[in-house]
Design a protein around this ligand. Structure first.
Ligand SMILES: Cc1ncc(C[n+]2csc(CCOP(=O)(O)OP(=O)(O)O)c2C)c(N)n1
Ligand SMILES: [Mg+2]
Length: 678
């Protein structure tokens, strides 16, 4: 085993004057914001010294390989200061970020949009517009690093996660969840550089906050220290000390002056988010002794920055050699995780779905999901489960899964605690880190508590699986605070996420398969608390049921008089109604629609064929919202019109009118109105 310390030593300081390197960031920031007539110069100018020390002396980053697995992660949680990040990526020599891109700051089609956007700009690790998200996502990255190191060893996984966070990030509630979890898990590789400038948009932070940030972090088990954010040696010493602490995450509160260098505006909220203006920029050039024209960086300063990048390249090469020396089996496992394949899990799921169909158990879909996890956890080594303190209700833990614990990261199940918002962000961080495949559970109603993180999963196109159980009034006695009604609609309204509501065990297995196979978007599984019968699929018109989003589960012999379109627990109700109608001479088909997003993506012909031309009745124990898109003119909807209530589930379905009788009545009325010619 090689000496790990050999490749974690702080890099040697570079020869060129620190101030000149930092002023290059300041100049690029103020000139780019001025050219765009919009942006945030204050933070980049204030944090330029900290960033210069971090990148110049510590960070391990190869500009030619910004996705190299063992790079240090740098997360700009204070995302409004995006010019700091773009300037760094440009100066360090990421080829795509040439000076033309800096000139195009915030313009259509540029690689330098308003906030750092994941998947858009090489070198950007995550998207953080919503303050605090970057910090929480970084906790997931730092945790993933420890978990991967526990699996594959320090020779190939041995990096830090650095975060620049501002007052806004620390004021946001998610920061509490995130720092609490990071402290508990002893994530010593996480280092937060806090831009402690006492300023936010409304003015002095004293207007709204008098926390002692250091005490707050210390109370959660962090190493904390305060430095002058314009003293490079003090910053360097603090980062070095933070890196040496293997068992505590570190907070370095860097006392800075926002807009440092702009003589008349620095230290005020006026530099937070507006161009400095030509006069103030001229004054800043004088103050900073930076006589160079906009977007021109003198060669020696550029060289000094490039040297930083060149050192990263050397580190990368050394890592490649260590990877090549790994035992072949270990190496194959590491690379398989990085590649993200799920073939074995899909095979296991195909077998399980068939078994479910053959054995036809009566199971809650959350129980079916548990059986799914029992089947795939043994074959999908990089699957990382978890729940926000509802493991026994969400049924998210397979028997072989072991908890991840403080200082022991070999496990594969995360007890997130009652921290839904951070759970989402941490899962994003784990997915972004690479190598691991996260899923996590809570009640569907608490999706609201995680929503900003779910939105970022979708925006960043990350494979994160949300397992959300207790998906309707069918949960019964916990009452309206626990009964989702508008959640399905609101989650379906979000772009780039697939929302599944499987009807039985078979659909649950297929939904899991779809979720795992979908590499570029998150999935959200809405699962029942109550038991549901396995549906008879002898009539089902297609084999890849869930993958197409909706399918004909039960066709009406001799043409349709009416079509029920239902999801989840209401599909079996629709089947019962269709059977009763058959006895009355009304021909009813049943369409199961477990995933609207997938169905919407099917060819129009397929959709027409599934939906048919007979009048349609939608059934879902949730609000109607945009169900009309599937029901057409004259369609009817049976569902919820207000919040739920507390009672046994059967009684609630009766009281809220989601009953077989209601379906029969709606069908008879529809047929009377629209005699079918199907
Ligand atoms: C969740 C969220 N709320 C509000 C905003 C809008 N916003 C952007 S920056 C900012 C002020 C942040 O203050 P601070 O982090 O201290 O940044 P500084 O002014 O020091 O650069 C606000 C309110 C946001 N981006 N995200
Ligand atoms: Mg601030």
């Amino acid at each position: 085993m090689m000496n790990r310390a050999a490749h974690t030593q702080p890099l040697q300081p570079v020869a060129v004057d620190h101030a000149a390197m930092a002023n290059a960031i300041r100049a690029l920031a103020m000139d780019a914001v001025q050219a765009a007539k919009s942006g945030h110069p204050g933070m980049p100018m204030g944090m330029a010294d900290v960033a210069t020390v971090l990148f110049g002396r510590h960070i391990r980053f190869d500009p030619d390989a910004p996705t190299w697995p063992d790079r240090d992660r740098f997360v700009l949680s204070a995302g409004h200061g995006s010019m700091l990040l773009y300037a760094l990526l440009h100066l360090i020599g990421v080829p795509a970020l040439d000076i033309g891109q800096i000139r195009q700051f915030r313009q259509w089609g540029s690689l330098t949009p308003g906030h750092p956007e994941y998947g858009h700009t090489p070198g950007v690790e995550t998207t953080t517009g919503p303050l605090g998200q970057g910090l929480a996502t970084a906790v997931g990255m730092a945790l993933a690093e420890r978990m991967q190191a526990a699996r594959f060893g320090a020779e190939v996984v041995d990096h830090h996660t650095y975060v620049v966070a501002g007052d806004g990030c620390l004021m946001e509630g998610i920061s509490h969840e995130a720092i609490s979890l990071a402290g508990h898990l002893k994530l010593g590789r996480l280092i937060v550089l806090y831009d402690d400038n006492h300023i936010s948009i409304d003015g002095d932070t004293g207007l709204s906050c008098s926390d002692d940030a250091l005490m707050r972090f210390a109370a959660s088990g962090w190493q904390v220290r305060r430095v002058d954010g314009h003293d490079p040696e003090a910053i360097d010493a603090a980062i070095t000390e933070a890196r040496a602490d293997e068992t505590r995450p570190s907070l370095i509160a860097c006392r800075t002056v926002i807009g440092y260098g702009a003589p008349n505006k620095q230290g005020t909220s006026g530099v937070h988010g507006a161009p400095l203006g030509a006069d103030e920029i001229a004054a800043a050039r004088e103050q900073l002794e930076w006589p160079h024209p906009p977007f021109e960086i003198p060669e020696p300063i550029r060289d000094a920055w490039r040297e930083t990048g060149a050192r990263g390249k050397v580190e990368h090469d050394a890592w490649r050699e260590r990877l090549a020396r790994m035992a072949p089996q270990q190496r194959a496992a590491f690379e398989a995780g990085q590649a993200g394949g799920v073939e074995d899990a899909l095979e296991a799921l195909a077998v399980l779905a068939k078994r479910f169909q053959d054995e036809a158990p009566r199971l809650a879909t959350r129980q079916a999901s548990h059986k799914v996890l029992e089947a795939i956890a043994p074959v999908q080594a990089n699957l990382i489960g978890g729940s926000a303190d509802l493991t026994g209700s969400n049924l998210t833990r397979a028997g072989i899964q072991q908890p991840v614990q403080p200082g022991d990261y070999a496990g594969n199940y995360i007890h997130y605690g009652i921290r839904e918002h951070a759970m989402g962000a941490v899962m994003n961080g784990i997915a972004l880190h690479g190598g691991l495949l996260p899923y996590g559970g809570t009640f569907l109603v608490f999706a609201d508590y995680a929503r900003p993180s779910i939105r970022l999963s979708a925006l960043m196109g990350q494979r994160v699986v949300y397992v959300m159980t207790h998906d309707s009034i069918g949960l019964g006695e916990d009452g309206p605070t626990h009964q989702p009604v508008e959640h399905l609609a609101s989650l379906r309204a979000m772009p780039n996420i697939d929302v599944y509501r499987p009807a039985d065990a078979v659909e649950t297995a297929h939904a899991w398969a779809c979720a795992l196979a979908e590499e570029t978007r998150p999935s959200l599984l809405c699962l029942s608390r109550q038991g549901l019968p396995t549906l008879d699929r002898r009539d089902a018109a297609c084999a890849d049921t869930v993958a197409r989003g909706a399918y004909v589960l039960r066709e009406a012999e001799g043409g349709r008089d009416v079509t029920f379109v239902a999801t989840g627990s209401e599909v079996s109700l629709a089947v019962e109604a269709a059977e009763a109608l058959a006895a009355q001479g009304i021909r009813a088909a049943v369409v199961s629609a477990p995933c609207f997003e997938r169905f919407a993506a099917q060819p129009a012909d397929y959709r027409r064929q599934v939906l048919g031309s007979a009048p349609r009745i939608g059934v879902e124990a949730a609000v109607e919202a945009d169900w009309s898109r599937w029901l057409g003119d004259g369609g009817r909807f049976i569902g919820m019109r207000g919040f739920g209530a507390s009672a046994p589930a059967g009684e609630l379905y009766r009281q809220f009118g989601i009953t077989r009788e209601a379906l029969l009545e709606a069908a008879r009325a529809a047929v009377a109105e629209h005699p079918s010619n199907d």
